[in-house]
Write a protein that binds this ligand. Sequence first.
Ligand code: ADE
Ligand code: ZN
Length: 324
Amino acid sequence: MVSSLINALPKAELHIHVEGTLEPVLMMSLARNNNVSIPYNSIDEIKNAYRFKNLEDFLRLYYSGLRVLKDEDDFYILTMNYLKRASENNVRHVELSFDPQAHTRRGVRFEEVIEGIHSALKDGERKYGISWVIILSILRDLSVEDALHTLSRAEEYKDIIDAIGLDSAEVGNPPSKFKKVFEKAKTSGFHLVAHAGEEGPPSYIKEAIDLGVERIDHGVRAIEDETLMKMLGRMRIAFTLCPLSNLKLNVVKSLKNYPIREFSKVGIRVTINSDDPAYFGGYINKNYEEVAKALNLKPKEIIEIARNSIIASFASDERKREIL
Ligand code: ADE
Ligand code: ZN
């Protein structure tokens, strides 16, 4: 059975937004406890609202939902709930993204956010044996000045934040806009990743590479540019694909022609991840399962994808050997 193989494989999750793991039940209870009004009266109403035309449509709900997160404890609970799910999915290593600007701009202190997430990751490591990396994601629809200020906060937490990413509304906010930010982050010794080619054109993927990113988050639209694909393949760059996200946000019409084999064939390291699982209908195993079913993936191909996730992670070589 494919699903038992998927479950049995040790995996790394490399593309997961902690705010995107906010399940409706937790959203309701935090809204009540923190006195935040949300436009829903029941769990069913929340679930019914989760139909998205595109990325922008989703981001509106995502930023509205995360307003229920107010203090360190809330971020702790959110992260711990995700780690429990990750452990149930046999995730052994996680590279967790968070969007600090989505919190600081509404008056929540950076310290509360990072300390809640960090405490949970430490406790989760003890409880579930999941190693971790924290990725601070810059919101690309905000200004470069705001990004530089956020990077300076990351530098204060250099001992626990390992990587800088780039997310939010892609079209009109190309990676090159953040050249200065990524240069500075690289000089400070952060790993670099960026969302590119989710809704944005293939040229955004090339721009992200030129900024020095080590992985591309999404990257699906690379399929439109054969020359770019070959270059990415030669680099052995990893794509952190998120099939259910792409389906729910109408980035692809169906998973029947999801371009995993085309990417693998040129040498791109394909990985499968869940992005915002509370919103897109499934955690990492479900993402593997839906792709495996749609493309009729062979066990060998599934094993290769799980292996890629560990190889493409920022875990130490020792930790990688332990998991593989
Ligand atoms: N923030 C959370 N999920 C995202 C996605 N899929 N694309 C861009 N920004 C995001
Ligand atoms: Zn994402």
